[in-house]
Design a protein around this ligand. Sequence first.
Ligand code: ASP
Length: 307
Amino acid sequence: MSYSLMIHGGAGALEDLKYEASEAAFRQSIIAILEQGRERLERGDSALDVVEYCASLLEDDRLYNAGCGSVLNAEGKVEMDAALMDGRNLQAGAVACLRNIKNPISLARRVLAHGEHVLLMGDGALEFAKFCQIETYPDDYFITEARIKQLAEAQVAGRMTLDHERIKPSQKLGTIGAVARDIHCNLAAATSTGGLVNKRWGRVGDTPIVGAGVFADNETCAVSATGYGEQFLRTVLSKTISDFVQFRGMDAAAATQAGIDYLVAKVNGEGGVIAIDHTGRCAAAQSTSGLIRGWIELGGEAHCKLG
Ligand code: ASP
């Protein structure tokens, strides 16, 4: 029985990586998080625990658009979305328009564990965090200088942009995600984001919507997506990829590529996806020039790819 793990730090244009941090910084972060995830998988932790753990490490890293370092909305505020799903039983937990919670993915996990609902948002989600005795953090913890500058640029240009987009055609998104298959062959997926730069207050993207930005089913695959959320919502892309495995017998590589082909054909969509199928194969596909990702396939070496 072998484990697999794949994580991503957003899709977009590789040229724009230099805008925020060097390629080396991303590589180092991705490999370090994969190795920490490997330790947990090797000691027998569940895929669900490991995707939550890896997603929380990515949220804590300011390189990415999730948790601290999230992009700012049109009001200059951070509003985060996150979700995770358990492939054993299709249980899911999600939070949307969330403020002041250090690790949105861990609150999503509490929603899943509580079992009553799948998705909580805004003040209701904060109230639930209080009920779970989860500490809140001040706004300053989440907001970085780079994000303030990025919002100002987007507002001058009068448009809503993707994370790291330099007000020009090339783009990079910074949402994070993790998918895993544990040593018992169970699958799980997690996705977390600050959303789009200069987005409207109250806007919810694909990330916390089961089937759009995240999906996991032991019979098929675990998927995490990054891209223009509206396009992933309209194509229900993560579930579509799972359906390609289920009804067309595709593996992770074929299904992720077919998913991105569908995204482009239907809505001219921009973004990327990572997936692990029920046999433990890892794959990614994207319609952007870059997708920051790393993977450990069936207990092998850790790899990182930015293009
Ligand atoms: N999918 C995210 C959203 O639309 C953005 C991203 O992937 O960077 O909220």
